[in-house]
Design a protein around this ligand. Structure first.
Ligand SMILES: Cc1ncc(C[n+]2csc(CCOP(=O)(O)OP(=O)(O)O)c2C)c(N)n1
Length: 221
């Protein structure tokens, strides 16, 4: 009897991805995600950046000038961005470390904020791009669309320098706080649920990791 191979089964039942059309996406956020990231991070030559899964990594790379060595862009490891940023900030206390993450990713591992609040590295700056959707997987509404407030979770975790940014006029002040705070800083930017502009980048995670590690080591000297 002929066996059904995985390949032919996949052919018989093609994967479908339902995406909520842009016109049906409702969010309280209006900021342009890429422009907000650029304004919040500012000049990035002298900082280390962890770009979270999905659109956040494109926005992080977009703000950093592309697929550059000092920006580590996550793929697949949802929930890891803030934890990686924390480890990096502790290991590199003389460098500013930016984490750019989506609210969906942070919701997956929001307990990390408690550890960040306790350890409180002053060189760690976290930017959450909150579009109130799990965009990458088709724009399913996330918990922040239903009242969950990540700024309050950060504050309850002991992070003192926090800001919710909803308007362009609030970006510069938030950017200053991200650079100048004497403890970990945390900004949620309420962004519009538009598709993030993709940035071409290497998908070889091992190569990317090695490039990032080499950059950190070279900067240390
Ligand atoms: C453990 C795990 N669960 C689910 C996924 C699938 N996944 C990838 S990105 C994503 C949504 C990310 O949402 P958010 O961080 O809000 O970013 P957005 O796409 O909205 O910019 C999901 C559910 C994953 N990669 N890993």
């Amino acid at each position: 009897m002929a066996k059904t191979t995985t390949k032919s089964a996949a052919k018989a039942a093609p994967k479908t991805k339902t995406v909520t059309p842009v016109s049906e996406r409702k969010s309280s956020g209006h900021l342009d995600r890429r422009q907000a990231t650029i304004r919040l991070l500012g000049k990035t030559d002298d900082v280390l950046i962890i770009g979270g899964i999905a659109g956040a990594k494109d926005d992080a790379m977009g703000a950093a000038g592309g697929d550059v060595a000092h920006c580590y862009a996550l793929g697949g490891a949802m929930g890891a961005a803030c934890a990686m940023g924390l480890g990096l900030a502790l290991a590199q206390p003389t460098r500013r470390v930016f984490v750019v993450t989506g609210e969906g990713e942070l919701l997956m591992n929001s307990g990390t904020l408690a550890t960040i609040g306790v350890l409180n590295p002053p060189n760690l700056s976290i930017v959450v791009l909150d579009n109130e959707y799990y965009g990458e997987t088709g724009y399913q509404p996330s918990h922040t669309a239903r009242g969950v407030d990540l700024v309050k979770i950060a504050e309850g975790s002991g992070i003192k320098a926090t800001r919710m940014v909803t308007k362009e006029s609030e970006l510069d002040d938030a950017a200053r706080m991200l650079r100048q705070s004497n403890g970990t800083s945390f900004v949620v930017a309420k962004v519009a649920p538009t598709d993030p502009e993709r940035v071409p980048h290497s998908r070889d995670g091992n190569w990317q990791r090695q490039r990032f590690v080499r950059t950190v080591a070279a900067w240390k000297k």
